[in-house]
Design a protein around this ligand. Sequence first.
Ligand SMILES: Nc1ncnc2c1ncn2[C@@H]1O[C@H](COP(=O)(O)OP(=O)(O)O)[C@@H](O)[C@H]1O
Ligand SMILES: [Mg+2]
Length: 232
Amino acid sequence: MENLYKSFEVAGRWLPVLHGLTAEFPQQSITVILGKSGCGKTTLLRILAGFEPWDSGQVTVPAQGKIGMVFQEPRLMPWLTVWKNITFGVKKPDAEAIHRLLELTGLTGFHKAYPSQLSGGMQQRAALARALAYDPKLILMDEPFAALDHFTREAMQNELIQIYSLQKKCIVFVTHSIDEALLIGQKILILNQGGAAQEYHLSEYAYPRDLLSPQMIEMKKSILAAIKQQKE
Ligand SMILES: Nc1ncnc2c1ncn2[C@@H]1O[C@H](COP(=O)(O)OP(=O)(O)O)[C@@H](O)[C@H]1O
Ligand SMILES: [Mg+2]
């Protein structure tokens, strides 16, 4: 996206959200958008997904751009089985491919279960499997693990990294957790008062990353300082 501007009209006043944002989301890479609540992360994802018009600037998404989305809540259809949820938007589901996807997301044996019979983490895995079932070029994830407990969240972060290493897609991952950004991001983009404040490049740091390593601690300090500068 280039020089992107977006504002909302709220009670007769214009609220600027993104102003002059320029950002690149490399192929086969996980780009993390990190920022405080209300800084425009979801708006940015919605613009990338084509759900939200913008005021000016340019957004280029891949041609034949199939896009998969994962939200903070699983948003599964409660009356459908895991299998039906995953294949809902797929024209001709390939049973073998779906079984592989179930295996990849740790849901083998649960395809006949209903969402209410699954834990929160498993529901979120099903949501991820649904996004992958379209075989999208671009996957947009909006704080997908924020509602999970610490341990489940950690497991899901590792699983996402594993899935990514097997199916390298362009992933744009939104979070307000610095630790999560450091664990999974190849590029971290700090969203600051509507623009990209700072970028960190982490592709040279292999997975799994140790948050207590000196480099990670340094980077965390630097990110904290960059975010603290922002006004509420
Ligand atoms: N549809 C909308 N109408 C009016 N204001 C909105 C709308 N969507 C988001 N906003 C406002 O835009 C700002 C950014 O929102 P959002 O992108 O959801 O932030 P984040 O995801 O970073 O928490 C917030 O101040 C929010 O209240
Ligand atoms: Mg949000």
